[in-house]
Design a protein around this ligand. Structure first.
Ligand code: AMP
Length: 469
């Protein structure tokens, strides 16, 4: 019996996961799949990269297989709400992958695309609907969809939905679903407003918490380059030479566009994803990046969170993020699935306070390299130069730089070890960033929490495994 079958999944699904190349369930899957199959409400602390999508998609499909009833027009059996269009598409693709042997009707309803096709799909009735809150509410208000028979509600990446101000919409949407529904809420972090939402929407939920495969901050080589704002562009241009899959983060959409323009003028092909791009443009850029047709993606925080692109070798924080949590999310785009990764933050003097906030959160003193001001000259701007120095843990748990970079010695903070080295000679023997920086819990919130959510009133007869679609 396969390890997935032991969790209660039938052969159609175990075949699908084996075909995807998965040997064994991840920790979040081990915990969530049996609970979901039992019909429990779940609050899960899990980041992207832990296999959380399959954790909720597989039980949904298992239940669908058992109840092959045609979905009612303008209704959906399972509703998955996510913060971004890209994440919606990613989940939809996952469902398609796992559900090859299971008859189902599904749709992905997000903003930025035309309504008629979506309305047509909703009219047919859906087993599974993946949606972003704004467009979903539009359809609900227009009467294109009713949630009166929705049995399962999944709220994925709740922390980002909170950041984006979606909680009022989530509350309005949840009110339109039956109280007997099964609700699963997943989030990378669990601040108070999310606990509050969980207490309102979930019934006696089971807590599930997993650390990511390896806490990203622990595995990522990180460095900060101190420089004037005006020096960032030429520095970046140089740094991107010969890079394999790099994501560059900017604070604003305008900043992302400007940077892409600048890079294009410099002969560096890059494209931007952010909220002002149409859904098609965003999808095209992501696909080009995923396939390796384009190696550089310039992104804003919102557009990039939750996106699972394997093998990103370098993350550049062109701007220091305004919230320290965003730093953790950004650098988590690299070093996925056990691979190596590097993250470089370009920090201007005005941004140093923000950097301190990041260090406080991740409990690491980031190694800093002062980039000499005064325009590009080979020595000052060669990004191969020492960026990340070994960090020694001090008694307070913070790191401290242990050495000064010998002039002219280089580290490989920017070097992609999977690609041939740059054409320029790479002098060996410089201070390497081999010593991994230490981090304890980056978010500080992955511990399993006690159940603070009392059941709402008498036990409800949820009878969730019945066919009610
Ligand atoms: P997620 O956390 O859902 O974004 O998933 C991260 C990645 O893990 C995706 O590329 C999945 O295809 C992959 N994945 C999911 N479940 C497993 C598993 N049991 N074994 C190996 N990889 C998995």
């Amino acid at each position: 019996m396969s390890k997935f079958a032991q969790l209660g999944l039938s052969s159609q699904l175990t075949k699908a996961v084996e075909k995807s190349g998965y040997d064994a369930p991840t920790p979040i899957q081990q915990q969530v799949i049996p609970l979901m199959l039992k019909g429990e409400d779940i609050v899960g602390i899990a980041q992207t990269g832990t296999g959380k999508t399959a954790a909720f998609v597989l039980p949904i499909l298992e239940r669908l297989k058992a109840n092959q009833h045609k979905a009612k027009p303008k209704h959906c059996g399972t509703l998955i709400i996510v913060p971004t269009r890209e994440l919606a598409k990613q989940i939809d693709d996952n469902i398609e992958k796992y559900a090859t042997h299971i008859y189902h009707q599904r749709a992905c309803v997000v903003g930025g695309v035309k309504y008629p096709k979506q309305i047509k799909r909703l009219n047919q009735g859906l087993d599974i609907l993946v949606a972003t809150p704004g467009r979903l509410e539009d359809h609900l208000k227009s009467g294109n969809l009713s949630l009166a028979h929705t049995e399962t509600l999944i709220l994925d990446e709740a922390d980002q939905m909170l950041d984006l101000g979606f909680f009022p919409a989530i509350r309005r949407i949840a009110k339109q679903t039956p109280r007997t529904r099964q609700t699963v809420l997943l989030s990378a972090t669990m601040p108070k407003p999310i606990r509050q939402l969980a207490a309102e929407l979930l019934d006696n939920p089971r807590d599930v918490a997993v650390a990511p495969q390896a806490t990203p901050v622990e595995r990522i080589e990180q460095a900060v380059m101190l420089m004037e704002k005006s020096e960032k562009r030429p520095f970046l241009r140089e740094a991107l030479e010969n890079q394999f899959r790099t994501i560059v983060f900017t604070r604003t959409k305008h900043g992302a566009d400007q940077l892409v323009k600048y890079l294009s003028k410099q002969g560096v092909a890059a494209s931007a994803i952010h909220g002002n791009k149409s859904q098609n443009q965003r999808q095209r850029s992501l696909e080009a990046f995923r396939k390796g047709d384009e190696n550089i993606l310039v992104a804003t925080d919102i557009a990039a969170r939750g996106i699972d692109i394997p093998d990103v070798s370098l993350v550049v924080n062109y701007d220091v993020p305004t919230t320290p949590e965003a730093y953790v999310h950004r650098i988590g785009r690299t070093a996925r699935a056990g691979r190596e990764g590097r993250a470089i933050t370009l920090c201007s003097p005005e941004e140093q306070k923000l950097l301190r906030d990041v260090e406080k959160l991740i409990k690491i003193k980031l190694p800093v390299e002062n980039v000499k001001a005064g325009g590009i000259d080979e020595d000052a701007y060669d990004p191969m130069r020492a960026a990340a120095k070994p960090v020694k843990k001090t008694s307070d748990g913070h790191g401290a730089r242990t050495d000064k970079a010998p002039r002219g010695k280089r580290s490989d903070a920017f070097t992609d070890k999977r690609k041939p080295k740059r054409a320029k000679p790479h002098r060996k023997g410089g201070p390497r960033n081999g010593e991994k920086t230490e981090a304890r819990d980056a978010t500080g919130q992955r511990k399993k929490r006690g159940n603070k959510n009392p059941p709402r009133g008498p036990a409800r007869n949820r009878n969730r495994n019945r066919a009610a679609r």
